[in-house]
Design a protein around this ligand. Sequence first.
Ligand SMILES: [Zn+2]
Length: 147
Amino acid sequence: MSISAQQQQQAAQLTPCRFCNNVPTAQTKFRGHRGMIIMMQFRHVDGPFCRDCGMATFREMTSKTLIQGWYGYASFVITPFIVLWNIINRGKVASLAPPQPSPYGGARQPMDPGKRLLARPISIIGLFMPFILIIALIVIIVATSDS
Ligand SMILES: [Zn+2]
């Protein structure tokens, strides 16, 4: 008989968190993006994450992407997809049970998940940034046109 999905899930739940060694964990990846006009930077952090370290990583990377992501033609298009990716994968860690020490030991205090994404001022400013950039671009075009 092949390994059942349930057994696979149990094995995954015993995989300790990469940051704090607590269980249960989910395997996922959170991404970050930074646009720097002509350059851009992609970041990612791989799991497995316990609930608290996963939420901390999700909030940190998503809020930074919202404020740092937009600056560049390609980055302007890439940033919403990075944010969407993180929001979709957030569910995998958000639904986990609270972190508990792994039976194999070595557990540390999990990360502080911190403030909710939309309770962070840089997230809110970041959400308005694409509109601010578009308005700024229109103003520059109008101000510099000869007609
Ligand atoms: Zn953890």
